[in-house]
Ligand binder design. Structure first.
Ligand code: ATP
Ligand code: MG
Ligand code: FE
Length: 332
């Protein structure tokens, strides 16, 4: 079966065609990063307008790259939430119009389910499975007992990991998006500053990054007052060490507690070199296999939406014509 995936929840307009939820036939992503850079973050109105301009072009390219036609497509899967409502609406309306015109089943997909299913291009899932989701808007540990079933066992109580990266990057006057910039600096910096680790209660799998963020602000501020200047590389390395330490340790503990057969990592921050290395080292000491998607499948794309949509398609879970953008959709 061939599923067409559409993703427009934030600042990438993406369309992909995926075979049987496992094989990418085409995967086109139009990024808006350049347009949002001068504002230092995503401007919702600008994002919506870009999606409207890009969606048909990206759709045509996805078919061209696949060398396929509409009659070969079995269903259309689209991100229905969470995300920016105006951005989501472009994808949802495009999917509905196409499903109606081409007489194809329509499937609504949760954006984070998509991030999780980006891992299925690497290897088949084995349950129970633990997913660490680290993206611009989410930091969660999710337990899956079967395809399409999600149990939240921990989440951030304040900022998401990606959000913390972007905010610290802004303080260091690095260009948007800041995550990859900090990652590069961290690789050459020294972990010379001892930033706090938010472990929370002993058995908690929740996260918190706002204390760390404040600590970084205070450290920069105090140094300035003393007339000292800290090296950006060292701040980046020390900040990243704190984030990576907590993410790795909690994921490892949760994997033991729930006796899982696989650990997967998902979301934009899964592209982080420090996190990839730390998780790989930690799980090397166990017999639990660790899956991390290749870099280009970590950030937003539509192949992951088609892969998650395939699971719903197999179960016959189709959406009705009342499918709507839901900016606060819950994963369950
Ligand atoms: P969500 O998926 O929660 O709706 P989103 O779609 O905006 O949010 P993603 O596209 O999954 O988020 O990821 C973007 C985030 O990942 C940004 O915060 C970005 O800074 C971060 N990021 C990307 N690459 C790296 C990296 N190498 N190191 C750290 N963070 C990174
Ligand atoms: Mg994005
Ligand atoms: Fe995302």
């Amino acid at each position: 079966n061939y599923i067409l995936g559409i993703e427009t929840s934030c600042d990438e307009t993406a369309v992909a065609i995926v075979k049987n939820g496992r094989e990418i036939i085409s995967n086109v992503v139009a990024s808006q990063i350049e347009s949002h850079k001068r504002f230092g973050g995503v401007v919702p109105e600008v994002a919506s307008r870009h999606h409207v301009e890009q969606i048909t072009i990206v759709l045509e390219e996805a078919f061209e790259n696949a060398n396929m036609t509409w009659d070969q497509i079995d269903a259309i899967a689209v991100t229905e939430g969470p995300g920016l409502v105006g951005a989501l609406l472009v994808g949802v309306n495009a999917a509905k119009a196409l499903a109606f015109a081409k007489q194809k089943p329509l499937i609504g997909v949760h954006h984070i389910a998509g991030h999780i299913y980006a891992n299925r291009f690497e290897r088949e899932f084995e349950f129970p499975l633990l997913a660490l989701i680290v993206s611009g808007g989410h930091t969660e540990l999710v337990l899956m007992n079967k395809h399409g079933s999600y149990e939240l066992i921990g989440e951030t109580r304040d900022d998401a990991a990606g959000e913390a990266y972007d905010k610290v990057a802004r303080m260091l006057e690095l260009p948007y998006p800041g995550g990859p910039q900090i990652d590069l600096l961290a690789a050459v910096g020294e972990e010379s500053i001892d930033f706090p680790r938010a472990w929370l209660e002993t058995d908690s799998f929740d996260f918190s990054f706002s204390g760390l963020k404040s600590s970084v602000i205070n450290t920069i501020h105090n140094a300035r007052q003393r007339g000292e200047s800290l090296k950006k590389e060292d701040i980046a390395a020390s900040f990243q060490a704190s984030v990576v330490d907590v993410l790795t340790t909690k994921t490892w503990k949760a994997a033991q507690t729930y006796n899982v057969k696989q650990v997967i990592v998902a979301g934009g921050v899964a592209a982080n070199q420090g996190l990839r290395k730390s998780l790989a080292e930690q799980f090397e000491t166990t017999d639990i296999p660790l899956l991390i998607p290749p870099l280009k499948l970590c950030t937003d794309n539509a192949a992951m939406i088609a892969a998650a949509g395939f699971v719903a398609y197999e179960k016959g879970k189709h959406a009705g014509w009342d499918l709507n953008a839901n900016p606060s959709l819950v994963l369950n």
